[in-house]
Design a protein around this ligand. Structure first.
Ligand code: GDP
Ligand code: MG
Length: 303
């Protein structure tokens, strides 16, 4: 007679990604989750919040968080709080991913190295961007990191070129213990649509403006309403762009409103793709002096 296979176990767990800005954490998340979730740009420190992405399989669920880069010397209150986000990821992980790449110096802060060596959960060191490096250099890098983390798995990958991603997913699933579905399986993220809309606007600000402007800006979704239009549905969104100074307000707006118009158009296009609906987007610029240093304002903005 046929032998009956045992009931498959359901595995789940929380996996936290940590590493310096620009090593490719958000890119990896997007590849893994298969959907645009966190901001990817070549400017550092664009991911301010912990963002959770969920990878579901029939018999597993992996909950990822992409953390802000490790900032060693907080310059603003905001950065202190970002630093806290990064540090807090040590507390609640079932598995830790430390990401570096083939471009950055093969060094790690002593304190961070100590914490990672003493983890009670498995550690995987990801050497990203192998597409940019020779085999010999990659091997040297593997050797270097295995000296620093003798107990860890060291895995060379390319998030961009999707090299080593399936292998990584396999390693993660192997390492996870039996566990429940923490989130409904059709749910990609626990952040609201509003949050992603504000992130899309912020991403466009990063791309369209220079110097200190992106880092002096906060985006708040003021209204998010579904309405009827001639052809089906339309989502009406109004967003406030908060800046710290009057001069920044005029830069955002641009001559004869040119710049903000472009910002609005580009953001709206991406929001429509994301929401799969027609969108009417209204942007307003508001001055709130020194918002970055104001504790209460930061709380309000969710830092
Ligand atoms: P994060 O700050 O760690 O989240 O890094 P991002 O995911 O935002 O990536 C920073 C930059 O590195 C972006 O320009 C990415 O396109 C690029 N990048 C990420 N992964 C790879 C990779 O595997 N190969 C190459 N060549 N570039 C990558
Ligand atoms: Mg990022």
């Amino acid at each position: 007679m046929s032998s009956r296979s045992p009931e498959p176990v359901h595995k789940s767990g929380f996996v936290n990604i940590i590493g310096n800005p620009n090593v490719g954490k958000s890119t990896l998340m997007n590849v893994l989750v298969g959907e645009r979730m966190s901001i990817i740009t070549n400017k550092p420190q664009t991911t301010r919040h912990r963002i959770i992405g969920i990878v579901n399989g029939e018999n597993y669920q992996i909950v990822f968080s992409d953390t802000p880069g490790l900032i060693s010397e907080p310059a603003y209150k905001m950065q202190e709080s970002m630093h806290h986000f990064a540090v807090s990821t040590f507390a609640d992980a079932d598995l830790m991913l430390f990401m570096t790449d083939t471009l950055e110096a093969p060094e790690i802060h002593e304190k961070l190295q100590g914490r990672l060596q003493n983890l009670e959960v498995p550690l995987i060191v990801l050497i990203n961007k192998v597409d940019l490096s020779s085999q010999a250099k990659v091997e040297k890098s593997i050797a270097n990191w295995s000296t620093k983390f003798p107990k860890a798995r060291i895995l060379p990958i390319s998030a961009l070129e999707k090299i080593g991603i399936d292998h990584l997913l396999g390693l993660i699933i192997d390492a996870l213990a039996e566990g429940p579905e923490y989130y409904p399986k059709d749910q990609l993220t626990d952040k609201s649509e509003r949050f992603f809309v504000s992130e899309i606007i912020r991403e466009k600000i990063l791309l369209l403006y220079h110097q200190e402007i992106p880092y002096s800006t906060q985006v708040i979704i003021d209204q998010f309403k579904e309405g009827e239009a001639k052809k089906g549905k339309i989502i009406r969104i109004s967003a406030d762009i908060i800046v710290g100074r009057k001069s920044q307000k005029s830069i955002i707006i641009g001559r004869a409103g040119e710049k903000i118009k472009r910002l609005g158009t580009e953001a709206r296009k991406d929001i429509e793709v994301f929401l799969e609906e027609k969108v009417f987007l209204e942007l307003r610029v508001k001055v709130k002096e020194n918002w970055r240093d104001d504790e209460r304002t930061l709380k309000y903005f969710g830092y």
